[in-house]
Design a protein around this ligand. Structure first.
Ligand code: ATP
Length: 457
């Protein structure tokens, strides 16, 4: 009884919040005005029933007034016997108690509902019945998010937000791009300062190049140096050449550029050491070197060798890429590696490289092993979600990296002309490669003396 009262009050508060949001932000939106408050009331009022159907309730003993306990009227009501009778009719019965709900909040395409878990329950119990919840609530999907000990948030989406994704406005944050939307309707944010290196996999025509274009277009207006490795003979990245500080289209060119980058990493290390900084972000702005983002299209081409004569070059490429990945985070050199398959079958070093690429984007893949390679260390549900991406929905992918959780997402379709336009518009921001790779430590800042045992003595 008390739960029902709490839910009715919660529903009224949610309805008031919905009306307030509507008046303030979305005066023309039916969802915020009428749809959400009505849905919120319905969700609260039917929760016990829905939770019971999904087997999320707990059986408890509780005192309940039964119908035969109607008040006794007339002279008999005053007799002691009737009081005893009345008590007898209050019975201890078994009831199914649903998990407690928090305050429901609207989202543009659904709602978020906090839930307090019953003792002994885990978020996986809710993830397992997410489809049942979606049917009960008549929505497209329900996801379990933001789990904390004893609590979680159920996110319901009324329609598939990935059916059509419009371009998302970019933020002003350095090294951040918003290539599309997540399944819960939020913008998909790729923040290279939080997750420095990304691996993007997908079968042919799955939307990898579109995502790479969106990343180039998003980074073009920012004060960063872009470098492209395009082993498809340059057909993908050559149109963006005006905004690229360097472009490698053969393995030999890529190895040369990689050795420049490794040397530059050493320059940046020396600069940080001289200033007593742990990374370039703690350096004074006047001496901070420009961030570098290296995009590699079809990484397998860097590792494949036709005969033994190429072995040396392949090994040097692998080692240099690995060094860039290992040291890049602190020194603002970021990797975005695309490929159809990035597996150990490409050669030694690829597994180590993959483990450094903590941001993962898995588009539609041809074989389950590729999905496992990209997302294997995550929730098995992420793998299932990646395996069922349809060929008719290029750009749909499973993204992991930012906060440890995974999301279904889709990049917004970006015509190549739009990305080329961005590249030419911001061509004046392109730092020359020689400038990018010539960070020096000022003479006035001699290297700090290295620590010796004698100093301690
Ligand atoms: N987010 C998207 N929304 C709608 N259509 C898309 C999206 N991404 C890609 N496409 C369409 O899918 C097609 C294939 O995309 P794309 O070239 O990016 O795939 P790919 O994985 O790079 O393929 P390949 O490996 O063969 O180069 C493109 O013609 C594009 O029109």
């Amino acid at each position: 009884m008390s739960d029902t009262l709490v839910y009715v009050l919660g529903a009224l508060v949610a309805a008031a919040a919905g009306l307030w949001a509507w008046r303030r932000h979305h005066p023309a939106s039916f969802w915020y005005g009428v749809g959400f408050p009505a849905r919120a009331v319905w969700v609260y009022l039917t929760w016990s029933h829905v939770a019971g159907g999904c087997k999320l309730t707990r059986r408890r003993r509780a005192w309940r007034l039964t119908l035969d306990a109607l008040p006794v009227v007339g002279p008999a009501a005053r007799s002691a016997a009737s009081v005893v009778e009345y008590k007898r009719r209050m019975r201890r019965v078994d009831i199914d108690r649903a998990p407690r709900l928090g305050l429901i909040r609207p989202t543009p395409i659904g709602w978020r509902l906090p839930v307090r878990l019953h003792d002994g329950q885990i978020p996986a119990d809710y993830a397992a019945v997410a489809e049942r919840l979606a049917h009960a609530w008549r929505v497209h999907a329900v996801r379990v998010l933001e789990t904390r000990p004893g609590r979680l948030v159920l996110v319901a989406t009324r329609t598939d937000p990935l059916a059509e994704v419009a371009a998302v406005a970019e933020s002003a944050d350095l090294l951040t791009v918003r290539p599309g939307r997540l399944e819960d309707g939020r913008a998909w944010v790729m923040d290279l300062r939080t997750v420095p290196h990304w691996m993007i996999v997908g079968a042919t025509q799955s939307g990898k190049s579109n995502l790479a274009n969106a990343i180039i277009a998003g980074l073009s207006p920012q004060p960063v140096a872009l470098v492209g490795f395009d082993l498809k003979g340059g057909v993908e990245f050559t149109p963006y050449a005006p905004r690229l500080s360097a472009l490698g289209t053969t393995r030999t060119e890529c190895v040369a550029l990689l050795s420049d980058l490794v040397a530059e990493l050493e320059n940046r290390m020396a600069l940080c050491r001289a200033h007593g900084a742990r990374n370039v972000w703690t350096l004074p702005e006047s001496v901070r070197p420009v961030p570098v983002v290296l995009l590699v299209d079809e990484v397998a081409e860097l590792f494949l060798m036709a005969d033994r004569t190429e072995k040396d070059e392949v090994t040097r490429t692998g080692v240099a890429l690995l060094r860039v990945a290992q040291l890049g985070r602190a020194f603002a050199v970021h990797l975005i590696v695309c490929g159809q398959r990035i597996g150990s079958d490409l050669g030694p070093g690829v597994t180590a490289l993959r483990s450094q690429l903590s941001g993962r984007v898995c588009h539609r893949v041809n074989d389950p092993e590729t999905a496992t390679m990209a997302l294997g260390d995550l929730d098995p549900d992420a793998l299932d979600a990646a395996r069922v991406i349809a060929a008719e929905t290029p750009g749909v992918c499973v993204v992991a990296g930012q906060d440890g959780s995974w999301h279904r997402a889709r990049s917004a379709y970006l015509p190549e002309q739009a990305a080329e336009h961005a590249a030419t518009t911001y061509a004046h921001l392109t730092p020359p490669w020689e400038q990018v790779t010539s960070t020096t430590t000022p003479a006035a800042l001699p290297d700090r003396p290295s620590w010796t045992g004698e100093q301690a003595a």
